[in-house]
Design a protein around this ligand. Structure first.
Ligand SMILES: [Zn+2]
Length: 169
């Protein structure tokens, strides 16, 4: 089932999410819905706060469902390693129509739990390292817009405010 994606300005996106403590049916339903919603958008990653749920859960699939075995589901993730730096243009399903160049680690290792509560580790470089950092930022109440400095961020926020005032956000 698809869930509506909330946009910049919704408080759930700007508040740190809580750890998952119960691996029940409603968590399984949330994860299934997040996967459906990510693929339908389409997007390569989605965090639970983006569908209005303040829990530490994200899904990533760089192939957007086109290749089997690339779907990553992580619960209560934490970085164990972040190395290097990459600068690339980035966007977000919660900030539609706006992109900015964001500094991210070139390589990242994340440990957490899978959807059944079993420990797992994900290692990524390049785009996957970027996606891991982007989604964990969501769980910490940060958007990619909170990363670039100065003028670019101010410009995007001004444009969003204008869209909000016009009822087009
Ligand atoms: Zn995002």
């Amino acid at each position: 089932m698809l869930r509506p994606i909330v946009h910049y300005g919704d408080s759930v996106l700007h508040t740190p999410a809580a750890p998952v403590t119960t691996f029940d049916d409603s968590l399984q339903k949330l994860i299934d819905d997040m996967i459906d919603t990510m693929y339908a958008a389409p997007g390569i990653g989605l965090a639970a706060p983006q569908v209005g749920v303040p829990l530490r859960v994200f899904v990533i699939d760089l192939s957007v469902g086109k290749r089997g075995g690339e779907l990553i589901t992580m619960i209560n993730p934490e970085f164990t390693t972040r190395e290097g730096m990459q600068l690339e243009e980035e966007g977000c399903l919660s900030v539609p129509g706006h992109n900015a160049t964001v500094a991210r680690p070139a390589r990242a290792v994340v440990k957490g739990l899978d959807r059944h509560g079993q420990p797992r580790i994900v290692e990524g470089d390049g785009l996957l390292a970027r996606a891991l950092q982007h989604e964990i930022d969501h769980l910490d109440g940060l958007l990619f817009l909170d990363r670039p400095r100065g003028l670019k961020r101010d410009l995007i926020v001004r444009k969003i405010r204008k869209q909000q005032r016009a009822g087009r956000w």
